[in-house]
Design a protein around this ligand. Structure first.
Ligand SMILES: [Zn+2]
Length: 383
């Protein structure tokens, strides 16, 4: 087997370069890069820019103003609270709730708050290991779990399953790029794996730490609970791709949620408490630091993310001109929730390095090899 390129070392090198070298070098590379919105950093390939270099989303926001901050919905929160309170001791097995745990701040916050507010809710936390987890994310999980002091399991499907999924997804990108195809199908499988585990262990609730934005925009739901009819439905496709086309073997397709057509049999309820709690990111961060779960030092999403991220970024740049992960950051910048300059430098440098191959090339080639793909299969050609 080929020597793996160290992904964490490459990520740190990338970050160092973005911080220290790119701010100087970018002036000389400008001619080779797409223009970006002066307000939010969006690439001209993402949104049209006007004559003064401002994108259409920023122009629209300037005209309409930022949407007013939503007032907390006390009725919705009380309703959720009642569901959680009633679930305590309700499981027929050893647990009442299966909580998705990634080791990040949102899921850490979720577990601790559930423990504080519903101490008799018997929790099993679970992490789905997609074979491409960052070693830094794994280390975080090992560090935080003892502090949360909860039962935990890893769900670890065989590697070949994920290789088939990611290989198919990255070669069949939908209009939302790798974010809406590879990352989205990964997230859907994560929930399906939890549905299966909860059903097997007779756990009545599945609790997931997606933010309100993720629930509304990622899942298209407008409530803290996924509708029961939807939870009963068997899975046949993910991110617009048919499972039949991705997995030739029935056994692999059956790792997805098979649904429940027998009305006499209940299915686990899927809840997103952060939808109802609707907290600012800063508040969650403050609280997890105060609870001693996570240190105040910011951890870069680049080192904690999915190991395929550099490959996804490079493939997106070659196919769309920018990375599909940029959309969300540009939105946060427009809403004043993230700083423009560091993110713009990150995206610019990604664009540059995706075109030149500068030090991400070995990593990208290695990741492609792990998926049994060649650069031309994903439309990548380094200059
Ligand atoms: Zn803009």
């Amino acid at each position: 087997m080929a020597q793996e390129v160290d992904p964490v070392k490459t990520a740190r090198l990338f970050e160092f370069y973005v911080r220290r070298i790119w701010p100087l070098q970018r002036r000389f590379a400008a001619g080779r890069l797409n223009r970006r919105c002066t307000q939010c950093g969006a690439s001209e390939k993402m949104l049209p820019l006007d004559a003064s270099g401002v994108c259409s989303a920023c122009v629209e926001q300037r005209a309409k103003g930022l949407p007013p901050r939503r007032a907390p919905d006390a009725a919705l929160q009380a309703e959720l609270n009642a569901v959680l309170a009633a679930a305590q001791g309700s499981g027929r097995g050893r647990y009442d709730a299966l909580v998705m745990f990634s080791g990040g701040k949102d899921s850490s916050y979720l577990v601790q708050r559930l423990k504080n507010e519903h101490p008799r809710l018997r929790l099993l936390t679970c992490t789905v290991d997609n074979s491409f987890m960052s070693p830094v994310a794994k280390r975080n999980i090992d560090e935080i779990l003892p502090r949360l002091d909860v039962d935990h399991v890893f769900i670890r499907p065989h590697r070949g399953f994920y290789v088939q999924l990611f290989r198919h997804a990255i070669t069949h990108l939908n209009a939302e790029g790798s974010y809406g195809t590879v990352d989205f199908s990964d997230g859907e499988f994560m929930l399906d794996a939890a549905r299966n585990l909860a059903a097997e262990k007779a756990i009545p609730l599945i609790i997931c730490g997606y933010s309100r934005y993720q629930v509304e925009n990622g899942l298209g739901l407008h409530h803290y609970e996924s509708p029961r009819e939807q939870e009963r439905r068997p899975r046949t496709e993910t991110a617009g791709l048919r499972l039949q086309d991705i997995f030739p073997h029935e056994a692999d397709r059956r790792l997805w949620w098979q649904g429940q057509t027998d009305p006499a049999v209940d299915v686990p309820r899927l809840l997103f408490p952060l939808y109802a709690w609707d907290l600012e990111e800063a508040e969650i961060k403050r609280q997890v630091v105060q609870w001693g779960l996570i240190s105040a030092k910011d951890q870069s999403p680049i080192v904690t993310n999915h190991r395929l991220i550099p490959l996804l970024g490079v493939v997106d740049v070659h196919q769309f001109g920018y990375s599909s992960f940029e959309n969300e950051f540009c939105r946060m910048i427009r809403e004043g929730k993230a700083e423009r300059e560091p993110w713009q430098h990150t995206f610019e440098f990604l664009e540059y390095t995706a075109k030149t191959g500068l030090f991400v090339k070995p990593l990208v080639l290695d990741l492609l090899q792990q998926l049994d793909l060649r650069a031309e299969d994903v439309g990548v050609r380094f200059a």
